[in-house]
Design a protein around this ligand. Structure first.
Ligand SMILES: Cc1cc2nc3c(=O)[nH]c(=O)nc-3n(C[C@H](O)[C@H](O)[C@H](O)COP(=O)(O)OP(=O)(O)OC[C@H]3O[C@@H](n4cnc5c(N)ncnc54)[C@H](O)[C@@H]3O)c2cc1C
Length: 307
């Protein structure tokens, strides 16, 4: 059966696109991928999504998104899209060895925060470990936090965290920064920020109940390790947009994010739309992802109508 809309990705962007396109009678098919519900399913409290004055647990919020989409007829498959052919219409999508046809595609595959790859990092994500200062900074009032990274986003996150934390320590594996001079200067001038150069985080110590208590750091020059007490650790080593399967067909920017036309979610291929973090290297918030998911559904609906 040929579909009107296939949505690839089930974070706030994809499931909002599903709610809108389902309510427009387009019977969307959503491929949820390996992280059903998206990035918010690996965090705990979400306190900045409007409509939840007492906050909400990330996984619970995403369950509500899915239920809302299904209520209007969206079909959700817990499968990962392996391949797409957008060179001719109908578009072709392969998942779980099966081929699907669709008149339009909405891509909402997100961007994954790069992590260090430590077991404790995954275990304590949302309980002292974070990949988003804007999201979680507020939880660290008068606390001592560490930021890992050396680029512009690390400087920005560290500077932002000084609004809450009593002390912010940037841990950087080299002795000079990749960040722009102005961002580094701003961070260095801030009396709450200090820097540990030539250092890498070897382990994070804590529990889900107590949160992060300390981290183990190695000085890569002297090869010595030490334990450093802190209340939280923010990973600011970049994001990878999940665009590998679209590499050869869609216009991407130099960092791999899908390019969309100004003020819309149209990509360079008519009938293919992109929303959420996969096309947004700046805001990266659930509410902006949901907002652009709504835009993608409305853009797709209008485009289909004109065909
Ligand atoms: C730990 C953490 C805490 C956060 N806390 C907050 C917060 O408090 N407030 C806030 O506003 N934002 C927060 N964010 C940011 C927020 O989660 C993201 O901005 C938002 O989830 C982006 O939504 P998205 O729909 O674009 O993509 P994502 O949520 O990244 O979802 C991407 C989806 O695409 C799917 N996918 C990928 N590849 C494929 C494929 N090949 N086939 C099928 N599906 C695929 C995945 O399975 C996933 O379902 C947090 C992020 C993290 C990592």
């Amino acid at each position: 059966m040929k579909r009107k809309v296939i949505i690839i990705g089930s974070g706030p962007a994809g499931l909002t696109a599903a709610i809108y396109s389902a309510r427009a009678n387009l019977s969307p098919l959503v491929f949820e991928g390996i992280q059903p519900g998206g990035q918010l399913t690996i965090t705990t409290d979400v306190e900045n999504y409007p409509g939840f004055p007492d906050g909400v647990m990330g996984p619970d919020m995403m369950d509500k998104f899915r239920k809302q989409a299904q209520r209007f007829g969206a079909e959700c498959l817990f499968q990962t899209v392996e391949k797409v052919d957008m060179s001719k219409k109908p578009f072709l999508v392969w998942a779980n060895g099966e081929k699907y046809e669709s008149e339009s595609i909405i891509i909402s595959t997100g961007a994954s925060a790069k992590l260090l790859g430590l077991d404790a990092e995954k275990e304590l994500m949302g309980n002292g470990v974070s990949a988003c200062a804007t999201c979680d900074g507020f939880f660290y009032k008068d606390k001592k936090v560490v930021v890992v990274g050396g680029g512009d986003s690390a400087m920005e996150e560290a500077t932002f965290l000084t609004k809450f934390a009593s002390e912010v320590i940037i841990i950087h594996r080299r002795d000079e920064f990749r960040a722009s001079k102005i961002m580094v200067e701003r961070a260095l001038k801030n009396p709450k920020i200090s820097i540990k150069y030539n250092s890498i985080v070897k382990n994070i110590i804590g529990t889900k109940d107590s949160g992060v208590e300390s981290i183990e750091i190695e000085d890569i020059k002297s090869k010595t390790t030490s334990i450093f007490k802190c209340d939280g650790i923010f990973m600011a080593i970049g994001h990878i947009p999940n665009t590998k399967i679209f590499n050869n067909s869609l216009s991407l920017d130099e960092n791999g994010y899908i390019k969309t036309m100004p003020d819309s979610t149209h990509t360079n291929i008519a009938g293919v739309f992109a929303c959420g973090d996969v096309q947004d290297s700046i805001y990266k918030q659930a509410v902006t992802a949901a907002g652009s998911g709504c835009m993608a559904a409305l853009d797709a609906e209008k485009w289909l109508e004109n065909q």
